[in-house]
Unconditional design. Structure first.
Length: 142
């Protein structure tokens, strides 16, 4: 019995559990009172030798293709899709600088997030309407 408990401590002794995140960073879909709520984690921003060129974006994004998001500025969020494409969502001009660092919630009417219709809700209580989407194309920095 004591021998089994000692073997159970090996991962902790060697620090194998220290690098694992407490909660996986994935888009979660919850249903509360017949309403779909998406919890979107914010990934840390990595800035390798890539800059993003903006192009014309769609009016809506399908929620089942969302993989996560990255904070890109006080009034914009980059959505990352499962196929690694990126779209930048700009918030309306009346949006206060909301803290999206801890993640945010989306509550779409259907299976899509649409500009000029849906709101991004911060985990601390604020909300902003999505004004438009821009498609992001990677370019090498000079």
């Amino acid at each position: 019995m004591i021998l089994l408990s000692i073997f159970g401590l090996f991962p902790a002794l060697f620090g194998l559990t220290a690098d694992q995140p407490a909660e996986p960073q994935v888009v979660r879909r919850m249903v509360v009172r017949d309403e779909v709520i998406l919890r979107i984690p914010i990934r840390p921003r990595r800035s390798p030798a890539i800059e993003w060129k903006e192009g014309k974006g769609p009016r809506c994004l399908d929620t089942d293709r969302l993989a996560g998001a990255m904070y890109s500025g006080p009034s914009s969020i980059d959505f990352v899709l499962r196929d690694r494409r990126r779209f930048r969502a700009y918030m309306d001009s009346e949006c206060p600088a909301i803290d999206f660092y801890g993640g945010f919630y989306l509550q779409p009417d259907d299976e899509r997030i649409c500009a000029k219709r849906d709101y991004v809700r911060s985990r601390v209580g604020g909300s902003c309407r999505i004004e438009r989407f821009k498609k992001l194309e990677p370019r090498a920095k000079r």
